[in-house]
Design a protein around this ligand. Structure first.
Ligand code: SF4
Length: 219
């Protein structure tokens, strides 16, 4: 911040927050969650209320899966459901190409991560404190401490689309949760390191939320 900007900031001091948080998209808009993964009827109110209480400005990050996998409903992901039952031959070929799919995903996420990191750098350069990034534990993209084993696609491909139930789908997702970071979080951390920015990451526990037991975020 230049001396002139500093003077203007001081003279025209207002109520803007000096602290901001970057939230995973679906904390403010659960429309982008995988089918069966949205339970808050809108946004995750406890986190929103916490930010309001603590007077922290909120920045919504893009949903990487919606951007890379075909929009809000992630149509490319839905195409996998039941595929090994309905089109076993085509599924075998698609399954063999999974490493390519993951590579494509990572490249798309890298591009997004660069944009988010640039926004963070702007806030930091303007003198704002970035209190943290809140990802979604249990997500293969936004997980901070818990991610999803990519082999989950095999169970999804074996689903009977006409008979699948929420509990059955929930069991599939939870049984593939593993310790680790999601691909978008990996790429964002990498970009922040490249820029020399240090920002704490926290995970909102998706499965606790589905169980009605969301805990506050500790910065
Ligand atoms: S966890 Fe990340 S990828 Fe999944 S819906 Fe939320 S913002 Fe999108």
């Amino acid at each position: 911040v230049s001396t002139r900007e500093h003077t203007l900031l001081r003279r025209l001091r207002d109520e803007r927050p000096r602290r901001v948080v970057f939230l995973a998209h679906c904390i403010l808009d659960e429309s982008t969650r995988y089918l069966g993964g949205a339970c808050a009827r809108g946004c995750v109110a406890p986190i929103l209320e916490q930010c309001m209480r603590e007077r922290v400005g909120i920045i919504q990050m893009p949903c990487p899966e919606a951007r890379a996998w075909g929009g809000v409903l992630k149509k490319r992901l839905l195409a996998i459901y039941g595929a090994s039952r309905s089109h076993p031959g085509a599924w075998a070929a698609a399954r063999a190409a999974l490493p390519l799919w993951l590579r494509y995903t990572r490249l798309r996420y890298r591009h997004l991560a660069k944009q988010v990191a640039a926004e963070m750098a702007d806030y930091a350069a303007a003198g704002f404190e970035i209190v943290g990034v809140v990802g979604i534990d249990g997500s293969p993209s936004c997980g901070v401490g818990v991610t999803l084993d990519p082999r989950c696609v095999d169970a999804l491909a074996a689903i009977d689309v006409d008979r699948v139930t929420l509990p059955q789908h929930d069991r599939i997702v939870r049984s593939h949760a593993v310790a680790g970071e999601g691909i978008f979080v990996e790429e964002l951390k990498r970009e922040l390191r490249r820029r020399g920015l240090s920002v704490p990451f926290r995970g909102h526990d998706l499965f606790a939320e589905l169980d009605g037991a969301s805990a506050p975020i500790r910065w």
